[in-house]
Design a protein around this ligand. Structure first.
Ligand code: SF4
Length: 456
């Protein structure tokens, strides 16, 4: 029985790919060993999004090759975004790596590993394509109560700073029937929360059905027994249509949580980024969202120090943030990525300025999120419990996506995976404190009413 360890770098989309690869290998008779350093093969599923991710990938490959040289690992397989992005350069840079595989080859990993064990060096980096594994083979690696469901691959937008379309390819949706069977499989494996992920969830379905089909998909997912929460990560600003907002309001399980990366608010910077709209229109969108879902949590990300960003542009972004009062904000210092149009722009911003703007933006946002969090004191929320720490439970409410947002600390002990009702007793910049007040019944599959996820 050959043992394999899978190392996953990068985002949740890569995690889903790794779970599919693990499932395919298990079906093929390989034994997955997530912990042992002494295995027959290591597969490194890399991220290639930013320079820092490339360094991390290279570090992980070097570490595995050192172990191969010492004889504790027999084969090293490199897969995913970095091998797709760097192609043959990577194969040359790491001549002792046994395989270099591009993105999306999940269903083929049994055959690929067989060839590696037969002594072949497998280099397969063609155009990005996506061969999904059969649904029931996915070997889940995260907590059973929360799962990611990738609804599409790739991206059709052309943001001038972004490398993703170059190695993940154009947008490609999974058919609704497949997604329904994946979601039922996840529910059967214990998932109470399903997080729909894609580079742009709002584009879902266009390539297959000739129209944006996210509302239909949500309507169907809302009917799946056993699932309580459906969350979506990431919306594209100009595709949050009235139909989509109405569907969110009318679907009891779809959380009023909007993760909408805006990247900037100043129209000049947004045009250079090849992104839609401007701060004014974003504010009007938030008004629409808050009118339809008064308690909705809005999350965004901004890039600071994009080429040509002046003090005035940055001040405009801060002013926008103060007006928008968003629940969650993440920020990145602009990273100059080879092969993107933004990397060719002449007016690059100094690293020290980017760093200073990043810290300023984050500290302004801390004050805003503390103010918003304090408004929850004395109110009730449903919380999905996930872990325990020092005599208290740690969970998440509808306002907290896994891994990227804050948490709710709840007094007392309970079982991870339980959903309980709590009363908020304290607030910090990112997290809330609470005491339990009751157990939460399963969400009914149907709801025709406009609902709010909270009670006063
Ligand atoms: S929408 Fe996101 S993934 Fe697509 S090009 Fe823009 S930043 Fe990249």
């Amino acid at each position: 029985m050959k043992t394999v360890r899978l190392v996953t770098l990068g985002c949740a989309k890569n995690q889903v790919d790794s779970e599919e690869i693990a499932g395919v290998l298990r079906e093929r008779g390989y034994t997955l060993d997530p912990l042992s350093e002494r295995v027959d093969a290591v597969i490194i599923n890399t991220c290639g999004f930013l320079q820092t991710a490339k360094w991390e990938g290279a570090r992980e490959i070097r570490k595995a090759l050192t172990r191969k040289a010492r004889g504790t690992i027999k084969h090293v397989v490199v897969a995913g975004c970095l091998s797709q992005r760097e192609g043959s350069k990577m194969a040359e840079a790491f001549p002792k790596a046994d395989a270099m595989i591009g993105v999306g080859q999940m269903a083929r990993f049994g055959e690929i590993l067989d060839r590696v064990f037969a002594g072949e060096r497998v280099i397969e980096i063609g155009k990005p394509s996506h061969l999904w594994a059969d649904v029931p083979t996915r070997a889940r690696s995260d907590a059973p109560w929360s799962a990611y469901l990738k609804i599409s691959e790739g991206c059709d937008h052309q943001c001038s700073f972004c490398t993703i379309p170059s190695f993940r390819g154009p947008h490609q949706s999974k058919p609704i029937e497949r997604l329904m069977s994946e979601a039922r499989f996840l529910a059967a494996s214990g998932a109470r929360e399903i997080n729909l992920i894609a580079q742009d969830v709002t584009q879902y379905g266009y390539d297959i059905y000739g129209k944006f089909t996210l509302p239909e998909l949500l309507g169907k997912l809302n009917e799946i027994e056993g699932v309580d929460w459906i969350r979506m990560l990431y919306f594209y600003p100009n595709r949050l249509t009235d139909e989509l907002i109405e569907t969110m309001c009318g679907s009891a399980k779809v959380l009023p949580y909007i993760d909408i990366p805006l990247q900037h608010a100043h129209p000049e910077i947004l045009r250079k980024m090849k992104r839609p709209w401007d701060g004014e229109r974003y504010l009007r969108l938030f008004e629409r969202l808050r009118k339809a879902m008064p308690e909705c949590a809005i999350r965004t990300t901004f890039i600071v120090g994009f080429p040509g960003e002046t003090d005035e542009h940055f001040e405009c972004l801060l002013q926008f943030m103060r007006e928008a009062k968003l629940d969650r904000v993440g920020a990145f210092s602009y990273s100059c990525e080879a092969g993107t149009p933004a990397a060719e722009m002449r007016d690059q911003v100094a690293v020290s300025v980017k760093r200073e703007r990043y810290h300023r933006l984050m500290s302004e946002q801390q004050a805003i999120s503390l103010e918003l969090n304090r408004k929850w004191i004395g109110r009730r929320l449903d919380v999905l419990l996930e872990s325990e720490d020092d005599g208290q439970m740690i969970g998440r409410s509808f306002r907290d996506a896994p891994e990227i947002d804050g948490v709710v600390f709840v007094d007392g002990m309970d079982l991870p995976g339980e959903m309980i009702e709590v009363e908020i007793t304290g607030a910090e910049e990112y997290d809330l404190r609470a005491k339990p007040v009751g157990r939460r019944a399963r969400t009914a599959p149907k709801s025709q009413t406009l609902r709010m996820a909270v009670t006063n």
